[in-house]
Design a protein around this ligand. Structure first.
Ligand code: ADP
Ligand code: MG
Length: 256
């Protein structure tokens, strides 16, 4: 579960500062699924970096399961990221000199998983994203959609408590976008992490039950699901008609 209170992020830029986030308040329940939509420069990546402990807020607190990420020593933050957080990025961020399987294995190395187990779990994860037959391929030998599926396998192979996706379909064409979202959604349902995806794509946002919008660093919650008993202020009534498990709060590649 994430609890963000009055989170601000300033970046120094010469003599001035850029305020990337203003006073963000946000809660994402355990196993919940939030989509944050907004334009380029709105603060989406900054927000995700704070959620993932890749950066620290200038002010305010980012609590993950009660732990204040902003005040953890770097070594503990690194360990927490390795153990609990899976990332998917717009640019895939695969290591070009490693095969698909080796790329997936990199997520298990910091956990001390033995080589034989790393290998079998990586192959299993690649199988789960439909790439069993591409394990020995290098990223340069794979299409964009396939590379992103390898990145998804890498993100989920350790079964993280948290899965964060920064414009995961931002570099893909429309048909590949649907294919990648389908795989991401299937892995999310299987592994049930707390999930946050940021995107500029309003088509993806339209499908989300828990939706926030971020623009000029200001975040507003657009819809909240009511399924787990949490406040479902705005859409509570509508929510009743399409009641379902909490995970239905996520965009799915299939038509709603
Ligand atoms: P988005 O992901 O929505 O496109 P970002 O979070 O990347 O937005 O950026 C939000 C704002 O913060 C932008 O104005 C951007 O220029 C600025 N920004 C982001 N990262 C840095 C940085 N490392 N240094 C200075 N400014 C930054
Ligand atoms: Mg971004």
């Amino acid at each position: 579960m994430y609890e963000l209170t009055a989170v601000a992020k300033h970046y120094p830029r010469g003599r001035t500062t850029v305020t990337a986030l203003h006073e963000v308040n946000l809660t994402v329940p355990d196993g919940g699924c939030l989509v944050v939509q907004g334009p380029t420069g709105g603060g989406k990546s900054t927000l995700l970096q704070l959620l993932g402990g890749l950066d620290r807020p200038t002010r305010g607190t980012v609590l993950l399961d009660g732990t204040d990420l902003g005040s953890l020593p770097e070594s503990r933050l690194t360990r927490l990221r390795a153990e609990r957080i899976g990332f998917v990025f717009q640019g895939f961020n695969l290591i070009p000199t490693l095969t698909a399987r080796e790329n997936v294995e990199t997520a298990l190395v910091p956990l001390g998983t033995k080589a034989t187990e790393r290998r079998s779990r990586a192959l299993e994860a690649l199988d789960s994203v439909g790439l069993a037959d591409r394990a020995g391929h290098f990223p340069g030998e794979l299409s964009g959609g396939q590379q992103q599926r390898v990145a998804i396998a890498r993100a989920v192979v350790k079964r993280p408590r948290v899965l964060l996706a920064d414009e995961p379909t931002g570099s893909l064409d429309d048909s590949t976008r649907d294919e990648v979202m389908e795989v991401l959604e299937a892995r999310r349902r299987e592994t049930e992490p707390t999930f946050v995806m940021v995107t500029h794509d309003s088509a993806l946002a339209d499908r989300a039950d828990h939706l926030a919008r971020i623009e000029h660093g200001r975040l507003t919650v657009v819809r909240t699901p009511a399924a787990d008993g949490a406040a479902g202020e705005t859409e509570a009534g509508r929510r009743g008609e399409r009641a379902g498990p909490v995970e239905d709060g996520c965009p799915s590649s299939t038509t709603p």
